[in-house]
Design a protein around this ligand. Structure first.
Ligand SMILES: C[S@@+](CC[C@H](N)C(=O)[O-])C[C@H]1O[C@@H](n2cnc3c(N)ncnc32)[C@H](O)[C@@H]1O
Length: 321
C-alpha cells in the first residue's frame, strides 16, 4: 500500500512552486509529495530526494522514473543535509520539505518492528538498518582491548544495553509513559532470563505491568483508548533514530541552503517535535527568515476522516530573507 501524503495541497501551496523551482525533499518516503512537486515544477525544476531507508529509495524510483534526470536520489540521513547538497552539486534551492516519522510501508510491510501489533517482527525500529545512531549507549559492549563499541543500534539492543535510568528517561521523556519505572523494572528482570528480541516479547512485558497495576486479567487492558504499548513504542522509535536530535541539527542547515525568498515546510507529528521547530523558527524570525504560518496548519476535517495519520500532523512554513 502506497503511503498517503499528509497536507499535500497545503504543502504544494506553501512552497510556491513554479516551473524551474529546485526542491529538496528530505524525507522522500513513498514520494507522494515529491511526485506532485515534480509535476508542478516541470519541465525544468529539479528535485533532490533524500531518505535513510534504502528500500524507500528503491521503491520511489518506480514512482518517479518518468521524471528521469530531474530527480537526484540520496540514501542518507537528512542530518547530513549540507554535505548531501554539496556532494550532489544541488544548487539554487527554492524549497525544502521535511515530513518526519515513518511511511506506511515501513510500518506495515518492512518488518522493522515499528508496530506493537506485529508481534512476530524483530524489535529493530531503525529507518535504515545501516544507520549509525549518534546517541550514546550506557555500558556499551567492549572490544577485546576494552574500547566501547558505538554504532548502529536496534531497539532490542537498546533495551539490552541501557541501564535503568537510561531506559526510564526514554520512556518518560519521549513517550510520557506514566508507568515508565514499573515497565523498566520488568524489562530488567526479564532480560536477566532472556533477551527481549521481538515485538511480542516487549508487548508481553508491558501488558503484564498494566494488568498488575490495573488489577485486571483482560488480555489487553486499554488505557484511555490507547493500547498500553503505544507510548513505549513511540519512545523507543524516537530514541533509536535520535529523532529529536536530527531535527535540531537539520533546521539550521536547511536555512543556510535555501536561496533568498525560498521556503521551508516542516510537518511534525507530536508536540515535542513541533516545539523544537516552533522555537527554532521563533529564534530566527526577522533575522534569517520570516515566519509564514503564525499558527501551524492542520488537516481539514475531510483529510482527518480519510487519513487517520493526518490527525496529529502540523505544518509550519518559513521564508528565507
Ligand atoms: C512520513 S514519511 C515521508 C512520506 C512522504 N512525504 C510521502 O509523501 O510519501 C518519512 C520518511 O522519512 C524517512 N526518514 C525518517 N527519518 C529520517 C532521517 N533522519 N533521515 C532521512 N530520512 C528519514 C523515513 O525513512 C520515511 O521514509
Amino acid at each position: 500500500m502506497r503511503h498517503v501524503p499528509v497536507l499535500l495541497n497545503e504543502v504544494l501551496e506553501a512552497l510556491q512552486l513554479k516551473n524551474g523551482s529546485n526542491v529538496i525533499d528530505c524525507t522522500l518516503g513513498d514520494a507522494g509529495h515529491a511526485e506532485m512537486i515534480l509535476e508542478l515544477t516541470g519541465p525544468d525544476g529539479k528535485l533532490l530526494g533524500i531518505d535513510a531507508d534504502a528500500e524507500a529509495i528503491l521503491r520511489t524510483k518506480q514512482f518517479l522514473y518518468k521524471f528521469d534526470k530531474r530527480v537526484v536520489f540520496a540514501r542518507d540521513n537528512f542530518e547530513n543535509l549540507k554535505q548531501i547538497v554539496e556532494e550532489n552539486k544541488f544548487e539554487n534551492v527554492n524549497g525544502i520539505l521535511m515530513d518526519y516519522g515513518w511511511s506506511s510501508p515501513q510500518f506495515e510491510e518492512r518488518g522493522r518492528g515499528f508496530s506493537f501489533l506485529k508481534t512476530d517482527e524483530p524489535l529493530d525500529m531503525r529507518y535504515d538498518t545501516y544507520l549509525k545512531c549518534s546517541h550514546e549507549v550506557t555500558n556499551p559492549p567492549l572490544t577485546p582491548d576494552g574500547k566501547p563499541i558505538y554504532g548502529s543500534c536496534s531497539a532490542a539492543e537498546l533495551l539490552y544495553l541501557k541501564d535503568f535510568r537510561g531506559l526510564e528517561e526514554i520512556f518518560r521523556k519521549y513517550g510520557e509513559e506514566k508507568l515508565s519505572k514499573e515497565i523498566v523494572e520488568a524489562i530488567i528482570e526479564k532480560r536477566k532470563e532472556f533477551p527481549i528480541e521481538t515485538v511480542g516479547d516487549l508487548v508481553n512485558v508491558i501488558l503484564d505491568v498494566y494488568r498488575k497495576k490495573l488489577k485486571t486479567d483482560k488480555e489487553v487492558p486499554w488505557v484511555g483508548g490507547l493500547h498500553p504499548a503505544t507510548k513505549v513504542f513511540q519512545a523507543l522509535r524516537i530514541a533509536v533514530n535520535d529523532e529529536l536530535g536530527v531535527i535540531e541539527r537539520v533546521l539550521p542547515q536547511a536555512l543556510e541552503i535555501l536561496q533568498s525568498g525560498g521556503r521551508l515546510a516542516v510537518i511534525t507529528f507530536h508536540s515535542t517535535e513541533d516545539s523544537i521547530v516552533k522555537h527554532y523558527f521563533k529564534s530566527q524570525n526577522n533575522k534569517t527568515i520570516k515566519i509564514v504560518t503564525k499558527k501551524p496548519i492542520v488537516g481539514s476535517d475531510e483529510e482527518v476522516k480519510n487519513n487517520p495519520r493526518s490527525r496529529s500532523a502540523k505544518l509550519r512554513v518559513v521564508e528565507k530573507i
